[in-house]
Design a protein around this ligand. Structure first.
Ligand code: SF4
Ligand code: SF4
Length: 438
């Protein structure tokens, strides 16, 4: 269901929200070579041009939203590499979200149990920090009891196991709930204060990669920023928007705008490419609500990725050298939506002792795609295995990325490289914390 829009058919939603944008496509095909699904599947309906054309035809009532559009749209990774190649700036991300919303509206009655479960988790777990913390605590207990190791060793299950099993084995050890930073904290800068940053903790980041969040806050303090962690912040809503749940995404966006406005900070910092992309596009959610659109635009002006902030307020001072070869895999949403390309590389190149190697096709999606790897495991693994072959050619011992989905996917990729030299997968912040912090 889509809140107040539920009474509209999928075709009507497409006509209202996506038809104009789809008309801008001149069908030139420049986007095809950069599209991972077109490259791996080799058919027009798996390309940006094909998907846009189907959206246009569905908006005109010439093809059916469910029968003809839903599969090509479901198989899109949402990486938005196509936008970077498009000479006429077709807003593919906007078309994709409208198509998802239309498909959800059409499926409302006949949704499968998996779709209902997914929608239920997004609606009843992600918007609530306490429930997320409880889920994170249960995961910690599960790992403490040794069940995680048991699962990792249960090779006999591996072939038949569903996607969550495989991704579950790639989870890092989560931190104990009592060690987590408190929301609502205000932490002083180290040395002379240069300003105040409000930290966006995220949901998956805060539960599964909490150590990365703590290091992010420590690095911000290290470069002279006082850090506040707004208590009333919520999940960014990216997963909701990408699953066609726009009304829920707007509710979360409003909560975050209020929480960060009250922080008094000059800059709002996040460390997850996907969350940051959503936060940077909050103004797009409110085209039909002028007051909120203005507030969202002011919010968007202050959003920065951690790498941008460390370059701007830094450089960080290093206290030890790094050993080994580092490669960097771009988070699609950090690169293609937030347009943050150079800063992570600049930071990695500046680490004393590190040999930074640029990887071929580092801008090509790793197959994670939000929850794409959960929904389309086989397709995502094909893309991942190709990626890991490219990583192997670099001789790297450390692979760096900046998004929790990519991080998990790469950990799975590293585990699948049986017999190869060990490969550590780290968030950019973990590498910097290791060489900068006491
Ligand atoms: S978002 Fe990515 S997968 Fe989807 S059409 Fe664009 S390039 Fe292809
Ligand atoms: S590059 Fe842009 S205009 Fe050309 S086919 Fe792709 S989306 Fe359409």
């Amino acid at each position: 269901m889509t809140g107040g829009r539920a009474f509209k058919s999928g075709r009507e939603l497409l006509e209202e929200q996506a038809w104009d944008s789809a008309l801008r496509c001149v069908q030139c095909g420049y986007c095809l070579p950069v599209c991972p699904t077109y490259c791996s599947m080799g058919k027009e309906s798996a390309s940006p041009r094909g998907r846009i054309n189907l959206v246009k035809l569905a908006a005109e009532g010439k093809v059916d939203v469910l029968q003809d559009l839903s599969e090509p749209i479901d198989l899109c990774l949402g990486c938005r590499a196509c936008e970077t190649a498009c000479p006429v700036q077709v807003p593919y991300g906007h078309i994709l979200e409208a198509a998802k919303e239309a498909i959800v509206a059409e499926r409302a009655e006949g949704a499968t149990w998996e779709e209902r479960l997914r929608a239920g988790i997004l609606r009843h777990l992600f918007p609530y920090p306490r429930r997320l913390r409880l889920a994170g605590g249960l995961l910690w207990l599960f790992q403490r009891a040794g069940l995680h190791s048991l699962l990792r060793n249960a090779q006999f299950l591996a072939k038949r196991a569903p996607a969550p099993f495989h991704l579950g084995t790639a989870l890092p050890r989560v931190e104990a709930p009592f060690r987590r930073m408190r929301r609502g904290s205000l932490l002083p800068a180290r040395g002379p204060k240069k300003g105040r940053a409000a930290f966006f903790a995220g949901c998956i980041m805060d539960e599964i990669f909490h150590g990365v969040n703590r290091s992010t806050v420590d690095l911000l303090r290290h470069v002279g920023l006082e850090v506040t962690i707004p208590k009333a912040q919520r999940c960014c809503g990216a997963l909701h928007a990408h699953q066609g749940m726009r009304a829920q995404a707007k509710r979360l966006a409003k909560a975050n705008i209020c929480a960060f406005e009250a922080s008094g900070a000059e800059v709002y910092v996040n460390n997850a490419g996907g969350c940051g992309a959503m936060l940077r596009e909050y103004d797009r959610l409110f085209q039909d609500e002028p007051e909120w659109r203005e507030r969202a635009a002011r919010f968007v002006e202050k959003i920065r990725d951690i790498s941008e902030v460390l370059v701007h307020y830094g450089p960080p001072t290093y206290r030890k050298a790094w050993e080994g070869v580092i490669v960097y895999q771009d988070s699609c949403h950090l690169r293609n939506v937030q347009k943050v390309v150079e800063e992570p590389r600049q930071l990695l190149r500046s680490i004393p002792g590190a040999v930074y190697v640029e990887m071929e096709d580092s801008d090509r999606c790793c197959g994670s795609g939000g929850i794409y790897n959960l929904l389309h495991f086989e397709e995502s693994i094909k893309i991942l295995d190709d990626k890991m072959k490219v990583v192997a050619k670099t001789g790297a011992s450390t692979l760096v990325t900046t998004n929790p989905g990519c991080h998990l996917q790469m950990r799975l990729g590293a585990e699948r490289r049986k017999g190869s030299a060990p490969l550590r997968v780290r968030h950019l912040v973990e590498v910097l914390a290791e060489v900068c912090l006491e």
